[in-house]
Ligand binder design. Sequence first.
Ligand code: F6P
Length: 429
Amino acid sequence: MRIAVLTSGGDSAGMNAAVRAVVKTGILKGCEVYVVREGYEGLVRGNTEWAEAEGQRVNTSATESVKQEVEINQYQAGSDNVNLLENLRFGDGELLKDGTSEFVGGRTLKGRYIVRVGWDDVRGWFSQGGTLIGTARSMTFKTVEGRRAAAHNLVKEGIDALVVCGGDGSLTGADVFRREWPDLLSNLYETSLITEEQLKKHGHLKIVGLVGSIDNDMSMTDLTIGAPTALHRICEAIDNINSTAYSHSRAFVVEVMGRDCGWLAVLAGVAGGADFVFIPERPPQVPWEDAMCAEIHRHREVGKRKTIVLVAEGAQDADLNPIKAEYVKQVLSERLGLDTRVTTLGHTQRGGRPCALDRILPTLQGVEAVNALLESDESTPSYMIGLHENKIVRVPLMEAVEQTRAVTRAVKAKDYDKALELRGSEFKE
Ligand code: F6P
């Protein structure tokens, strides 16, 4: 089997450990393993790019006019036990010296995107932060044409199985791709881009999802890869803030990530000893200012010298108005006379070395992803690898995606209990 693995969406600590586990397990089980650089964007671009002219914008759409085909062939597949990427370092431009390029997301992307890897290529990756194979929020993959180009590239490389490590958006993309696969292939065959033999051989694409996200917002899994590390970072930051807050007897309003999910904020509040926490799933009744001030005043009355208020970035009130850190600061300053500062932790929460759990979890899940691919056939669903009551589990990808969407619908309908129940790890066996 030829397996490709990619990371997609916002990076998270532990993604490298997941890729490493997929690569090593795949090789141990006799598969050829490939990495796709730059997420779905790399899948769309593949290893052959069509350029109108060198130095000009690359046309990656399979339907636009093809003027010049630039074949990139610097790579010779060797034994699995060598470093196949030796001369193909990831990074800016070294991969393809004479190729064409396009500026995407502030970087110049060049050359080969689907690269076979060997055992040594992923040595030590479990301790590295971010994702070494790159990630992107691909707009092209959101179009049918983009997915068609991606399907074509996979068939051209002879790849029949895909592991996607990303958040809910990326796994939704994987689910769409899986469902469309037969139509995409028929279309490629009808337009003579693939042969009848390729059509028959690649009639079914095996996909497995690994959930990489700091937000811990995916349904049907207790934990997402990267969430424990981000939580730890936030706790460290609060510890640091605590000492300076104590010294000056100040209040700090700390904004934390999590998109529409309050998991990071709630648990950081518990672990860091916050006085008040705002999360999207438990919006306070308007006006909430009185309740917050009463609580913090009470804490000060019993002798607390410092105040920490956590605001999840997606926090809102019961009328669905966003709750912003600057406004909370204004309320604390004006009503309680507290000397207040705002700290937005931003991407310090997402970057850096993974904690132990974010090495262990993705390693076990990466192994399970390969096992799931090897054991699945056309009759089995695509799986997402999750964690349920401390056990690594396979759950149907389609159901997990659908349940996660239902959370968003429940929040919009202000049915917060339902949202939390759906966000939990409840799933049908
Ligand atoms: O989904 C992960 C996450 O870090 C969210 O918590 C945050 O809202 C978002 O990504 C930030 O995205 P970007 O890095 O593109 O600004």
